[in-house]
Design a protein around this ligand. Structure first.
Ligand code: SAM
Length: 231
């Protein structure tokens, strides 16, 4: 079998399973994940595990999240074509590519495209993610920023959607401020050893509604409005 077909079939098999298990609930998320080659975002040494449903190490003590959690968080974010999204915790760049396929789907008219801003505190990971995103064709749909995402990225705010892919001790105030009225955020909140995924909505009157969802386990969000470096 040709290399590309092999990856495509492995990807489809995994996504069909995530659909049966209820992590994927919409065609939109299924098709977005079907278009993103996860094998390009994992380190060479783990490429054969790219379509196992598990997190993988990406260096610097960080991980690329399991496909089931990517699927679940993407469903809960309820993003759509044309939206401006902030992701905190770029890591490998894979989740950013999936978000790009939702707000700016490949093969559609770029005039209707939204944009993904993704922020990573580890410079080396950000640079690698930027390169991979470019190679995979997402260069003009995703902007990778190096910085402390617990402060958000005020320069491009406000955002329709914010996804945080590292665990915070509480919801960082700047992220709430940078969310549009009517906007939605998905964020793991809790201790270092276990967290709850929260779905946060900012109503049109500016009030905040939080709903606890799945128990999850993420690496810590380290920054001014999150965990301090030494914890
Ligand atoms: N979304 C990523 C992907 O698709 O590969 C996985 C993210 S990984 C679980 C969490 C990432 O958050 C790590 O790369 C970590 O360095 C980063 N991180 C932690 N604190 C951060 C902060 N304050 N600002 C930006 N990134 C942060």
């Amino acid at each position: 079998m040709q290399g590309e077909d092999k990856w495509f079939l492995a990807r489809k098999r995994l996504l069909d399973r995530l659909w049966r298990e209820g992590y994927i609930r919409s065609r939109k998320v299924y098709e977005a994940m079907l278009r993103v080659p996860r094998e390009l975002f994992v380190p060479e040494a783990y490429r054969d595990l790219a379509y196992e449903d598990r997190p993988l190490p990406i260096g610097y003590g960080q991980t690329i999240s399991a496909p089931s959690i990517v699927a679940f968080m993407t469903e809960e974010l309820m993003a759509d074509v044309g939206m401006r999204v902030l992701e905190v915790g770029t890591g490998s760049g894979y989740q950013a590519a999936v978000l790009a396929e939702i707000v700016a789907p490949s093969g559609t008219d770029p005039r209707y495209w939204g944009h993904v801003y993704t922020i990573e505190r580890i410079k080396e990971l950000a640079e690698l993610a930027r390169r991979r995103l470019e190679e995979a064709g997402y260069g003009s749909r995703v902007t990778v920023i190096v910085g402390d995402g617990s402060k958000g990225w005020p320069k491009e705010a406000p955002y329709d959607r914010i996804m945080v892919t590292a665990a915070a001790p509480h919801i960082p105030e700047p992220l709430l401020e940078q969310l549009k009225p009517g906007g939605r955020m998905v964020i793991p909140v809790g201790g270092v050893l276990e967290q709850t995924l929260y779905i946060v909505e900012k109503r049109m009157d500016g009030s905040i509604v939080k709903r606890p969802s799945l128990p999850v386990l993420f690496v810590p969000l380290i920054g001014e409005y999150a965990w301090r470096e030494e914890i």
